[in-house]
Design a protein around this ligand. Structure first.
Ligand code: HEM
Length: 419
């Protein structure tokens, strides 16, 4: 392993030694020049040795799309979806199985069963309650004081959204965030070896128990507008509870999918508008830009930094020979900053004409299932913010997490300036 650290000059490192998976690049927010160099010199780049073994990096927008849409060659099932290999479990433990780590045709069968729950028609039903719960947060924020936007708004709103979606007891909503954080809290992702994996498993079984209880209660009731009730009353998924692995895996996928991603987009929007005050002014002058701004925030923030695939056969990509079994990492964060696709790509530009061309939701068969829900939530939040506050002012340093999978933001100190 080489001794590259945060002070190393990008161009001084031999191309073949560049490791864009180092978690500190994302913690320090210093990843930009490394990916820019790979896009320029090696958009398909091989690293022979890293903390996650050898892997290919795919860094340009068109090549990321090429991998993501070629699911017959690039598998999600073979080695999982993250650069860190899946965690081995002992045989007695229930291995949550979810469709994000399945290939066709199994993937699509399961996805089609669950997808209607977040179809646009159903989202319209959720909208009033999500708005009401967002307003309640904003109306109770401590005006005139410095506080952490992540804790008070991003996490809280996401917890409320998940509780709304699942029809989960509202007073217990923070458990959903806790379980989601726990699902992703594995040493391979966080670098923290002290995590007690048995205690983690026991907690996840508590989560399963809570969802079984909810399922049994809903099964006795008339159909209603929440995800569990919809799964019960859909022929395809009505018996999902009989397969613990499928049940736990699907529920956790929906919680995890919607948790960190939306949370960090909410935080990222505040950072972006403060970094580019002209854009904040554009928004004040024309709040109709909010839907496009939401897409631009999702591009600029890129909440999921990468997705990983495993090659099922030898294949040529961008002039490089990938071998069967190789680990291939699509760096969405880099694709979204591709200067050949997005002009002035490092800037947040809220009326960017092709903001929707981002790769933050992926492409192809695994394209994010909750994208419209996420966009709706961000739209509602910004609509309500703009009705109340002239500025959500960033007043201190942003603290980020050392994580190469989720672009995690921990602390965004802000002060509110009402209209
Ligand atoms: C800004 C917010 C979000 C971002 C950036 C995001 C990003 C992603 C990405 C990158 C993928 C994989 C795409 C691929 O492999 O091609 C994905 C899949 C998925 N997301 Fe999201 N997501 C977000 C919000 C949500 C929400 C709110 C939900 C909740 C319902 C959700 C549920 C899912 C599910 C179920 C999948 C698996 C789809 C499949 O394998 O077919 N996501 N998401």
């Amino acid at each position: 392993m080489n001794a590259i650290d945060n002070n190393t000059e990008v161009n001084s490192v031999p191309l073949e030694e560049i490791d864009v998976s180092r978690p500190e690049l994302f913690q320090n927010d210093t990843w930009q020049p490394w990916f820019a160099r790979l896009r320029r010199e090696a958009p398909v780049h091989y690293l022979a040795d890293s903390a996650n073994g050898p892997f290919w990096s795919v860094c340009s927008h068109p090549l990321i799309k090429a991998v993501d849409t070629n699911h017959t060659v690039f598998s999600s099932e073979k080695g999982g979806i993250a650069i860190a290999d899946p965690i081995p479990m002992n045989e007695e433990q229930i291995q949550g199985q979810s469709f994000i780590t399945l290939d066709e045709p199994k993937h699509m069968r399961q996805r089609m069963a669950v997808a209607p729950t977040v179809a646009p028609k159903n989202l319209t039903e959720f909208e009033p309650l999500i708005r009401e719960r967002a307003i309640d947060i904003l109306e109770n924020l401590p005006v005139g004081e410095t506080f952490n936007w992540v804790q008070e708004v991003s996490i809280e709103l996401t917890a409320r959204m998940l509780a709304t979606l699942f029809g989960f007891p509202y007073e217990d909503r923070h458990k959903l965030v806790y379980w989601s954080d726990l699902t992703t809290a594995v040493p391979q992702v966080t670098g923290d070896d002290s995590i007690d994996m048995d205690a983690r498993y026991a907690e996840l079984m508590t989560a399963a128990g809570a969802f079984y209880q909810l399922w049994n209660e809903r099964a006795k009731e008339e159909p209603r507008f929440d995800l569990i009730s919809m799964l019960i009353h859909n022929e395809e998924t009505a018996k999902m509870n009989e397969d613990p692995s499928l049940f736990l895996g699907t529920i956790l996928l929906l919680i995890v999918g919607g948790n960190d991603t939306t949370r960090n987009s909410i935080s990222g929007g505040v950072i972006g508008l403060n970094q580019f005050p002209d854009e904040y002014q554009k928004l004040r002058d024309n709040p109709k830009l909010i839907p496009n701004m939401v897409a631009e925030i999702v591009r600029w923030q890129t909440p999921v930094i990468h997705m990983r695939r495993t090659a099922l056969q030898d294949v040529e990509l961008g002039g490089q020979q990938i071998k069967e079994g190789d680990k291939v990492v699509m760096w969405y964060l880099s694709g979204n900053r591709d200067e050949n696709v997005f002009e002035d790509a490092d800037r947040l530009i809220i009326d960017r004409p092709n903001a929707r061309g981002h790769v933050s939701f992926g492409f192809g068969v695994h394209r994010c299932m909750g994208n419209r829900l996420a966009e709706m939530q961000l739209r509602i939040l910004w609509e309500e913010i703009m009705k109340r506050f002239h500025t959500v002012e960033l007043v201190g340093d942003v603290e980020r997490l050392p994580n190469n999978f989720i672009r995690g933001i921990k602390d965004v100190p802000v002060r509110l300036h009402p209209l």
